[in-house]
Design a protein around this ligand. Sequence first.
Ligand code: BDR
Ligand code: CA
Length: 314
Amino acid sequence: MPRKIILDCDPGHDDALAIVLAQGSPEIDLVGITTVAGNQTLDKTTLNARRVCTVAGITDVPICAGCPAPLVRPLVTAAHIHGESGLDGPQWGEPQVPVSDEHAVDFIIRTVMESDGDITLVPVGPLTNIALAMRKEPRIVAKVREVVLMGGSTARGNHTPAAEFNIIVDPEAAAAVFSAPWPVTMVGLNLTHQAGAGPEVVERVRALGTPLAGTVVELLHFFASTYKAAEGRPHPPVHDPCAVARVARPELVEVVDAFVVVETKGEWTSGMTVTDLTGRLGKAPNAKVATVLHREEFWDEMVDAIAALGQPGR
Ligand code: BDR
Ligand code: CA
C-alpha cells in the first residue's frame, strides 16, 4: 500500500527532485503539494512547483500556496544557491497546472482531519506552514501518521556555522514541530551530504533522454555551480528527496533515536538542532535522526522515478 504524503516545499532545485521522487515512486501516494517561502519568496516557490509539475506531467495533485513569511522573523532566501527565480538553470515555459484556491495550512488540516490517520507530512522547506497548521488545529498532531522532515543537522550548519537553512529561516516554527508529541524524523545535513549528484548520476539521468530528464540535468548543472561556489563541494547534495526516500523505502535511510531541540535564543547558534546522540542530557528521545544513506539504492530509486514520469501517459 503506497504511503500517503503531503509534500511541503519551497522549490528550489532539490525540492524539484523531491516532487519528482514523490510522484514517480510506486511506494508513495502524493496527495498534495504545499508551498512556503524559503529558498525564494512564496510567489516564486509556488510558480516553481507548478513549473516542475508541468514538466513532470503531474496534473492530478493539488498545489496549495501557504505562508509568505516565517512566524516571527523576516524572510531570508537562498538566491546564492537557487538563483533569483528559485529554480535557475532551465528555460521554463508557462505552467500548465493551476494553483488551488485553498490555503496550504487549511489544506493540510482538512486532509489530515478527513483521513484515516494515514497521512505523513514531508516538509522540505522552513516549517512555517506545519507549525501554523498545528496551532490552528491542534488535533492534527494526534492524527498525522508521522512527520519526516529535511532540516537541521547532527553537526554543523550550512547557513550559519550552527544552523541549517530550513531551520534558521523559521526557528520558532521548527521548535514547535520538534516539541510536539508526534513522531518526527530529522533528515539533516549529516545525511543529505551523502547524496551528492556526481557525474555518473548526471549521465544516468541524461541517458534517459526524456524532456523531464533533460530538465533535471539542467537543474543539477546549475545546482553544482552554486554549491561549488558557496561551499566548494564537488557534487551538489540533493537534500530534499532524501526525506521522501525515507518514507518510500525506509531501509535506504538508517536512523537512530535521539533527543533534538531547536535553539531559538542563541546569539550565534539560533536555528541549531542540538542533537543528543549519546544521552548526555538525560532526556527521552523525541525524534528519529537519519544517519546513513544507502547511496546507490537511493540514486536507483531517484533515476527510476525520473524515468517513470518521462513515460507517455504518466
Ligand atoms: C535545505 O535548504 C534549501 O536550500 C534546500 O532546498 C533544502 O531544503 C538544505 O539546507
Ligand atoms: Ca527545500
